[in-house]
Design a protein. Structure first.
Length: 198
């Protein structure tokens, strides 16, 4: 029996991957290289016309914007929550998402868990993300969460403690991002049906 090659879709304008992201909410994009992650985020932001909320927890993307290496779009609002103001900023974000269609990008999942170390806080953050996803579903918004991850033999993809609950949810789309030569490649984990070439 011959193996069927996965369908490869050329998606330089990210139209197909945005449609794919509408299938589940939230969507997690795993990557092992921070600069590939930042490149993907920028391409996604450039391709979207609707309002964008960017929750920057590792400040990599913001660093590019502030240095002038990336131009900030007018439809982009950047939030920099801290442990002290998380509830206030999160309340502002969910209020916006409950009223209007947004693309919400949380960058990155690891930053949340660096901010809150104990298990109780991890459960609280998971609840916040699932609430945001639920509200986003009601307003036809998309929620994309980036995460730095590594693959461990016999264990699959490893995230910061607490992250596996969101990955295991049947409502969550989980994708792997990598760069091959000059192309960013994104595909759904455990599903070989489509490969998006950006």
């Amino acid at each position: 029996m011959l193996d069927k090659s996965p369908e490869q879709i050329l998606d330089s304008k990210l139209v197909h991957i945005q449609n794919e992201f509408k299938e589940k909410i939230p969507n997690i994009v795993l990557c092992s290289e921070p600069f590939h992650k930042a490149e993907f985020i920028n391409k996604l932001i450039v391709s979207v016309e609707k309002p964008i909320i960017f929750v920057d927890l590792d400040l990599l993307y913001t660093g590019y914007v502030e240095s002038g290496m990336i131009q900030k779009k007018n439809n982009l609002t950047i939030f920099y929550p801290t442990k002290e103001n998380w509830e206030e900023k999160f309340t502002e974000i969910i209020t916006k998402v409950s009223k209007e269609k947004f693309l919400v990008i949380i960058d990155s999942f690891n930053g949340v868990y660096n901010m809150f170390e104990d298990l109780e806080s991890a459960i609280f953050i998971n609840s916040c993300i699932m609430l945001l996803a639920s509200l986003g579903n009601d307003t036809d918004s998309s929620v994309i969460i980036t995460a730095m991850a590594r693959k461990k033999e016999n264990e699959g993809w490893i995230l910061t403690p607490g992250g596996k609950q969101i990955i295991k949810s049947t409502k969550t789309g989980v994708y792997l991002l990598k760069k091959i030569e000059n192309d960013l490649i994104i595909r759904q984990i455990d599903k070989d049906s489509k490969i998006f070439k950006i």
